[in-house]
Design a protein around this ligand. Structure first.
Ligand code: ATP
Length: 234
């Protein structure tokens, strides 16, 4: 399978001291990668560095072989990179429908943007029910679904998803994880998933990457017991 994303010796952080150190990672097109690690390991920082929110100090990130360095957020979206940060990003003054439409605003193919919107309503029944409600009336879980739904309206190729289960009931979490698998199988979506529900993430992931102190300490199709005890605390 071809690589959608190649991360080469990526070093990034917030000040003088880097959080990520020399991260190397190849992500196959149409795969789900679970990014695991203890609190503070650098998972969120990795997603931020990939979507361009955080500039790389060293190293590079290639999408389809093209360097993403210096690419602005709007252009990232056009190239198919969608970043759903932890429990945020909903415009609370706008309705659910308006928020979702924002996700497709930039798309030239208006007919397909409309189709994508309809698909999201089909996939996320709670959003369909609250179509006209302003964002501020939504529960944490509904906001989370809305943020994900909005990203999907843009039909991304690479979805960077940070803790989608935060604040969600286990049933909805399971639904979201199943949905990611469906999107991967149906439309070849590539996902980098940061998830506190490690078992759930591993159940759908093709590959698991474990970060510790900003370094990749393991990569593979699973996480063995020793790594689990050492880095994931269970
Ligand atoms: P968590 O599971 O707690 O979200 P994480 O693996 O996602 O953890 P990061 O949020 O990437 O970890 O944080 C990695 C390190 O970077 C931590 O030491 C954290 O304190 C630091 N850090 C995170 N955000 C900032 C920021 N905006 N400014 C400075 N340091 C930060």
């Amino acid at each position: 399978m071809s690589a959608l994303l190649q991360i080469e010796r990526l070093t990034a952080g917030y000040g003088a001291a880097p959080v990520l150190h020399d991260v190397d990672l190849t992500v196959a097109t149409g795969s789900i990668t679970a990014v695991l690690g203890a609190n503070g390991a650098g998972k969120t920082t990795l997603l931020r560095a990939l979507s361009g929110l955080l500039p790389a100090a060293r190293g590079r990130v290639l999408l389809d072989g093209r360097d993403l360095r210096g690419v602005r957020v709007e252009e990232m979206v056009r190239r198919g990179v969608a970043h759903v940060p932890e429990g945020r990003g909903v415009v609370t003054e706008l309705t659910v429908d308006e928020n979702l439409r924002l996700g497709g605003l930039w798309r030239k193919d208006r007919a397909d943007a409309k189709r994508a919107l309809d698909e999201v309503y089909e996939l996320f029944e709670p959003l369909a029910r609250r179509r006209g409600s302003p964002g501020h009336q939504l529960s944490g879980g509904e906001r989370q679904l809305l943020a994900l739904g909005r990203a999907l309206v843009g039909r991304p190729r690479l979805l960077l998803l940070d803790e989608p289960s935060l604040g969600l009931a286990p049933k909805i979490t399971a639904q979201i994880l199943r949905l990611l698998r469906t999107l991967r199988d149906r439309s070849g979506l590539t996902v980098l998933l940061v998830e506190q529900n490690v078992r759930g993430a591993l159940a759908i992931a093709d590959e698991a990457v474990v970060l510790a102190l900003g370094r990749v300490v393991s990569r593979g199709t699973s996480v063995d017991d020793e790594l689990r005890h050492a880095y994931l605390g269970f």
